[in-house]
Design a protein around this ligand. Structure first.
Ligand code: NDP
Length: 273
């Protein structure tokens, strides 16, 4: 029997998730469909209930519903609980089990695809929104020498520090709080690149040869990536690998089989020029 999966969000006009999961299913020989379901702002629970009643086995969740999905879940696994947001669920009878694979997808892309070990490294995370929050536990689990979070609205960064400092060496603050400190991995988890803006990150943060990573994808050379390249970054990357890797984690969790990610990342990448 064909199993049904879906992405729920709004709007979903340009989503790549059905293509990604369709390709994973073809590659692994899994009998499933994956559709995109748009729901009105107040319609998340209704849309999920309807999908489950029709036999849906699991969903991915994207903006603006990651918090609603947190409330909907009957069981929150640790990454989702700490992130305060859910991007993946599986359904088993009355159970709605919730995960968040965004941060793990990011870690996998950085370490496995881009070849940058986080263990013992100096890591800087820009932003304190949902994506940054989701990245903190997976980042700290890699045991970096130091993890620094900078955010424009400093109390939001400090709140993350209070919540996550028990999990590793975490320091938080504003963009001008860290003097001349340099980092081996600099991750832009702000949404600034969506609007062609540059977060006020000091040029000095980029250690010679570092990796600079922008979570936004499909935008080519963003102002952040341009600054990093000009400041001496050895490698720049956008978030397409993270998108494919979190999808692969979801697929493996649902189906028990891990798809290859590299062919899709290559197919979906745009030049960073
Ligand atoms: P949120 O809206 O939750 O957070 C936005 C963050 O960006 C806040 O920290 C905000 O700072 C900061 N910010 C926005 N504009 C600026 C600016 N001009 N200068 C400095 N800081 C700025 O968004 P998310 O955390 O959910 O998403 C962040 C980005 O990550 C999005 O662009 C999203 O597309 C991308 N993303 C990519 C994924 C992938 O698979 N590649 C997965 C998930 C997200 P403040 O708190 O001060 O307002």
């Amino acid at each position: 029997m064909t199993d049904r999966y879906a992405l729920i969000g709004m709007p979903l006009g340009h989503t790549k998730s059905p293509l990604i999961h369709g390709e994973f299913a073809r590659q692994t020989g899994q009998d499933l469909t994956y559709e995109a379901i748009e729901a009105p702002a107040d319609g998340f629970a209704t849309a999920v209930d309807r999908f489950r009643a029709a036999g849906g086995r699991g969903i991915n969740v994207t903006l603006p519903f990651k918090i609603e999905a947190f409330a909907y879940a009957t069981e929150l696994l640790e990454r989702a609980r700490l992130a305060g947001a859910v991007n993946c669920m599986k359904f088993d009878g009355d159970r709605a089990i919730a995960e968040n694979f965004d941060g793990l997808g990011l870690v996998n892309d950085i370490q496995l695809n881009l070849g940058c070990a986080m263990r013992g490294g100096r890591v800087l995370l820009l932003g304190a929104g949902g994506a940054a929050r989701g990245a903190l536990l997976p980042f700290l689990e890699q045991e970096p020498e130091a993890l620094v979070v900078m955010n424009r609205t400093v109390p939001k960064a400090r709140a993350l520090g209070a919540q996550f400092s028990a999990y590793g060496n975490l320091t938080t603050g504003g963009y001008s709080d860290f003097g001349e400190r340099r980092f081996d991995i600099v991750v832009n988890a702000t949404s600034a690149s969506l609007r062609g803006e540059l977060p006020p990150v000091p040029r000095a943060v980029f250690a010679e040869g570092c990796l600079a990573y922008d979570l936004v994808y499909g935008k080519g050379l963003t102002p952040f990536l341009r600054l990093a390249r000009d400041a001496g970054a050895g490698r720049i990357a956008d978030g397409i690998g993270m998108l494919v890797e979190q999808a692969a984690e979801a697929f493996a969790w649902w189906r028990g089989v891990r798809p290859a990610t590299q062919p899709l990342i290559e197919r979906l990448s745009v030049p960073l020029t």
